[in-house]
Design a protein around this ligand. Sequence first.
Ligand code: IPE
Ligand code: IPE
Ligand code: MG
Length: 256
Amino acid sequence: MHNDTSISSRLDPARIPSHVAIIMDGNGRWAKARGLDRSQGHQQGVETVHTITEAAITLGVKYLTLYAFSTENWNRPDAEVAALMSLILSSMEESLFMKNNVRLLIIGDTSRLPDGVREAVLRLVERTAGNTGLTEIIALSYSSKWELTEAARAIARDAAAGRLDPDALTEDDIECRLATAGLPHPELLIRTGGELRLSNYLLWQCAYSELYFCDTYWPDFGREDFCRAILDYQQRERRFGKTSEQVADGALGIAL
Ligand code: IPE
Ligand code: IPE
Ligand code: MG
């Protein structure tokens, strides 16, 4: 067992991923294990969001994308959806974002959100637009299939209007129509809570991300766990389809 200091001291500050995406899972099971209501697990999960946001800032992560509510989560019991919505509303604390110089972005189908929640999150996106520290992207009423369907619709519209030649379509034409247009792709995707699946999250953007799964429930996930995930990431070789030798030569600046 390494303590917090030894894990963070083993990190290479030059190779901190610039974009980390997280599937924050396990709030309900955390609560159940303590005889609490699921909503109390979500409440504790908000504390973890603060902890990990501050850890990301300290470590020099530039973009943090958090899965807060999926398209599929609309199918949960009404009371749980309502509890989550009111928690999201109360966690949109402007002073905290300002104090930490955090810029907020939202990806997802905001039209499905209750008016009050939509207005509050969009207002905070506007208010924090000038912040220059961490960019925190909250996936809210988000799923990859929703996002890709929207992009397909936009492309079809542009093609039908003669603004886009279908035969000349490139990956960039898709990329620039995603909710994450202009943002770098995550180098590292973390899922807490023990499930080994992506649950409709950033499928395009994580096409080449390093995946890290851990059993820890989100409310228990701390700075130390976050550093451990990054350390694990730093020990991997990202080959992008090339051979290990090519990657080593590339690192020395030799053209391949
Ligand atoms: C993740 O925790 C938070 C949301 C999906 C909103 P869960 O609520 O999925 O917790 P488990 O997976 O049931 O433990
Ligand atoms: C994924 O977690 C969505 C969020 C973390 C917001 P879920 O708990 O909803 O995913 P499944 O049901 O295990 O796939
Ligand atoms: Mg879950």
